[in-house]
Design a protein around this ligand. Structure first.
Ligand code: TYM
Length: 340
């Protein structure tokens, strides 16, 4: 086996909507960067997924959001030389495979998805795309013979579905797809809202409500204000196993960014009061995000370079996607490319 094949293939993506936040960084981007050197990486900006709530789409905003997310990938440490970075809609095989996977996906599997239920609740006219969202996600992953998918906890159910779809297709048509595994960090895979620690930190809420999320591009004073205003409780409990939800969230963020072990963290904050915990955490967050923001400012000063990275990434991944599609066409009886 060649060295290239010995590397595990990693695929993941971010939807270019709302305001990228610390949850996206800790749950996803930081994990991607951490494994970058060991893996064969494909990182996507999933603009087709952004269309699933068409009422929220402003075409110019979507295009600039795609560049913003690409800039943040690079600023956070994704190296375009080591990892392919591309926009989903530039590789048409994603939509094509999604259609084919639709045909093997029972409707009941999609209706069970909690994210669909949450997003469609109270909405009068739900687009078919919203229901179909996880099938497109499965297509994203399965196109590249992906072994590992580093995501936050909220994507666990979509990952199970992707595995089920792959197995069902393989069963119906013969071995075609690699069964991918989710890569979910044991702690920090679900950061909660700072203004409401009973709900997960979310891009859409973060774009509407100050105090909910720490944006990756928030200036230091905003970061400090958001953390100092975080909801806690009337106790002085800073042990992981006993803390209330709000304090636990702060401790988990501290743990993820500092890399310190839990006993050391508990010793550091024991009996100190929440003000000290918040001030210390704010320092750690600002220290981590400042260099990222500096790199981001440099990168977006040259939009042509971002467009080049994205186009080059799409060119790199397209032949791999096409190779999978050739297999799918052959096994299903769909028309094959003359050269295939
Ligand atoms: P998206 O754009 O909502 O989120 C991007 C990544 O951030 C993680 N995440 C979090 N992690 C920790 N705490 C949080 N509060 C938090 N909020 C979000 C998400 O789990 C995700 O890893 N459906 C995906 C995009 C997608 C995708 C894919 C991902 C489309 N196709 C294929 C992996 C593979 C999404 O909307 O992520």
């Amino acid at each position: 086996m060649s060295a290239q094949h010995a590397r595990l293939r990693v695929f993941s993506g971010v939807q270019p909507t709302g305001k990228l936040h610390l949850g996206n960084y800790v749950g996803a981007l930081d994990v991607w960067v951490g494994g970058q050197d060991q893996h064969d990486n494909v990182f996507c900006i999933v603009d087709l997924h952004a269309l699933t709530i068409p009422e929220a789409v402003r075409p110019d905003d979507l295009r600039s959001k795609v560049r913003e997310v690409a800039g943040l990938y690079v600023a956070c440490g994704i190296d375009p030389a080591a990892s392919a970075i591309f926009v989903q809609s530039r590789v048409s095989a994603h939509a094509e495979l999604a259609w084919i996977l639709n045909c093997v996906t029972p409707l009941g599997w999609l209706e069970r998805m909690t994210q669909y239920k949450a997003k469609s609740a109270g909405t009068e006219r739900v687009g078919t795309g919203l229901l179909d969202y996880p099938v497109l996600q499965a297509a994203d992953i399965l196109l590249y013979d992906t072994n590992r998918v580093p995501v936050g906890e909220d994507q666990r159910q979509h990952m199970e579905l992707a595995r089920d779809i792959a197995r069902r297709f393989n069963h119906l048509f013969g071995e075609t797809f690699v069964i991918p595994d989710a890569m979910i960090r044991p702690s920090g895979a679900r950061l909660m809202g700072l203004d409401d620690p009973t709900i997960k930190m979310s891009k859409s809420i973060g774009a509407q409500r100050a105090g909910h999320a720490i944006g990756l591009l928030d200036p230091p004073d905003v970061i400090q204000r958001t953390i100092m205003g975080a909801v806690t409780d009337p106790h002085r409990e800073t042990r992981f196993d006993h803390a209330g939800l709000g304090v636990l969230n702060l401790l988990v963020i501290y743990e993820a960014l500092s890399g310190e072990a839990r006993p050391a963290i508990e010793a550091r904050f024991e009996g100190q009061g929440y003000g000290y915990l918040k001030r210390t955490l704010a320092e750690v967050v600002v220290e981590r995000l400042t260099p990222i923001q500096r790199r981001y400012a440099e990168i977006v000063s040259n939009l042509g370079e971002i467009d080049h990275i994205l186009e080059e990434g799409a060119e790199r991944v397209r032949p791999r996607a096409e190779a999978t599609m050739d297999r799918v066409r052959r096994l299903t009886g769909l028309a094959e490319r003359p050269s295939a």
